[in-house]
Design a protein around this ligand. Structure first.
Ligand code: AMP
Ligand code: MG
Length: 543
């Protein structure tokens, strides 16, 4: 049975210059945005998970998903009519250092589907074999990292956070050799391919590479392509690319990057490798590698063992790193603008915007509305008082091991009357969120009681009703997130051929803010066996 015919309009390769060489060998590619390359055929494709709603959005039917053709296509064995496969050329800063050409070393784009209601959507296989950008690596991906990418990108989408999506997860039938912790312990692991979907896979590094090479013609072509395809509203009727259009484009990128990172902080997501080649020009969460979710609230935590010393990409540094990355992008597009001042202003604007959005987001987490009162009698501004309240809370959460996700859901259960600030009352409500209850010493208890007293006073001044307060919190604070140990359990079962846990997590994480009967244990805090276990608290870039 043939798949439903989709319409492809491959704008990226039809508009931008192609690599002239046709062989698929590793090389430096100049004056080109991509190289045409075919996915490597695999011996025994097996589709093990699919996002049905995404498949339908793209124009497939439920029958398509079940067909042999679907699994052949999304493991890289066949191309549909209209597909034309290619790998993109880009560079990037890795861990603060310019790394030169990187590119799609193991991602192969299949083309751009024209959808009914969601514009052009690019399909991209991750783990489909070597490309000219593979450098010394094999272009493949293993099952564990593919499960993590598949589940997490879909979980992020359902949390309402801007992200690339995942259509399918397939086993290839091949074995792939990996040294998980780069310590000489090579192991064969099952090979897998994920099909990712986004309007655009252009990264900050897509503009950095031509800029670094002084290839202004290519830089300009890339920027024009990005704007015409994904920011067409920035172009007036005249369709002229002038300084103001480029600045508005950069401003939009600052805005979406800022919103994305505020959302990461809201749910406790740590990307782990915020290199500039992993920053989407659309402000989408992209490249799910050694990411992790905060269990106990800790601004210094990073899941990435490669970054264990410097902790450059720790939870509490993500906003700052976002700005550092935007600064690199500003440098790259400078030749199109030739004026540093407005770029600097936009970068400063990012920092101010982040502060405002973070403040609003945190107030929502504790179920309060932004203060409308102008000035209080003591002269301090209500915003400054709120800021103090929010920062104090983060400080208290850091004092002892407190589960972030559970804490905020439990906070919504506090009756919000002055008696709730008494130890015996709040302790009963928060008991579940502590990893070691004995850490809650007298000093801690006093701090928490004092904070709750201020919080309840502030709530009483807010015009919000108790019901609205609870609703706001439960819409802001997810009950279920893809805790690192949950993903790891699904991985260990899948490695033994049991894929049911993947399907269960996928279904659960579609409704992360809702209580789900029978799934309560998925909201439990990290069990002690997972505290220092590989895959649960420690991850590497090896995938
Ligand atoms: P990442 O840290 O995953 O963003 O990867 C950095 C660069 O290395 C990108 O250009 C990737 O495409 C490339 N890369 C990562 N893993 C592989 C692999 N197994 N084979 C080929 N290229 C890879
Ligand atoms: Mg990457």
């Amino acid at each position: 049975m043939a798949l439903t015919k989709l319409t492809f309009d491959n704008r990226f390769i039809n508009t931008l210059p192609s690599d002239k060489q046709e062989e698929n060998n590793q090389r430096q590619v100049h004056h080109a945005a991509f190289s045409l390359v075919s996915p490597t055929k695999v011996s025994n494709p097996q589709l093990i998970a699919v996002s049905e709603d995404l498949a339908l959005m793209l124009g497939f039917t439920k029958e398509d998903i079940k067909s042999e053709q679907f699994s052949q296509t999304f493991s890289g064995n066949t191309l549909m009519d209209g597909m034309q496969s290619y790998a993109m050329c880009y560079g990037g800063h890795q861990f603060g250092h310019w790394a030169g050409q990187l590119g799609d070393g193991r991602a192969i784009n299949l083309g751009e589907v024209v959808t009914n209601n969601n514009g052009h959507q690019t399909l991209q296989l991750k783990g489909a074999g070597p490309t000219p950008y593979s450098r010394t690596a094999d272009g493949l991906a293993v099952l564990r990292s593919s499960i993590r990418e598949f589940l997490c990108s879909e979980a992020m989408f359902h949390l309402g956070i801007s992200t690339t999506r995942a259509l399918s997860l397939s086993l290839t039938g091949e074995q792939v050799m990996r040294d998980m912790f780069y310590d000489g312990h090579n192991k064969n692991e099952p090979g897998a391919v994920v099909c990712r979907v986004s309007k655009s896979f252009m990264r900050f590094g897509s503009f950095q590479l031509p800029a670094q090479r002084g290839d202004i013609e290519l830089l300009k072509a890339m920027a024009e392509h990005s704007i015409s395809s994904d920011f067409p509203h920035l172009l007036g009727d005249t369709k002229v690319f002038n300084k103001q259009v480029y600045l508005n484009w950069f401003s939009a990128i600052c805005q979406s990057t800022c919103e994305m990172i505020v959302n990461w902080q809201r749910v406790g997501f740590v990307h782990g490798v915020m290199n500039t080649d992993n920053m989407s020009i659309l402000g989408e969460t992209i490249d799910y590698g050694p990411y992790g979710w905060i269990d106990n609230f800790d601004l210094n935590w990073t899941p990435n063992t490669t970054d264990a010393n410097g902790k450059r990409y720790r939870f509490g540094a993500q906003a700052e790193i976002g700005q550092w990355n935007l600064f690199q992008l500003a440098n790259a597009i400078f030749p199109l603008i030739s004026d540093a001042k407005p770029l600097e202003e936009l970068l400063n604007g990012y920092a101010r915007k982040y502060q405002t959005l973070w403040h609003e987001m945190m107030l929502s987490k504790i179920g309060l509305r932004k203060s409308e009162l102008s000035n209080k009698s003591n002269g301090s501004s209500p915003d400054a008082d709120d800021e103090k309240l929010l920062l104090e809370l983060e400080e208290i959460l850091s004092l002892i091991d407190t589960d972030m996700t559970i804490f905020y859901r439990q906070l919504a259960k506090l009756p919000m009357i002055s008696a709730s600030a008494k130890q015996e009352q709040w302790m009963a409500i928060f008991a579940d969120c502590y990893y070691q209850i004995e850490q809650a010493n007298e000093q801690y208890r006093q701090k928490m009681s004092d904070w709750l007293t201020c919080y309840i006073n502030r709530f009483e001044q807010d015009e919000i009703t108790f019901q609205q307060h609870v609703l706001l919190m439960n819409q802001t604070n997810p009950k279920y997130v893809l805790r690192n140990y949950l993903a790891q359990q699904a991985i260990e079962l899948a490695e033994q051929g049991d894929f049911t846990e993947i399907t269960r997590l996928q279904a659960l994480l579609k409704y992360p803010y809702q209580e789900q009967i029978g799934f309560e244990q998925y909201a439990n805090k990290r069990p002690s066996w997972a505290e220092n276990k590989a895959g649960c608290s420690m991850l590497s870039c090896s995938s």
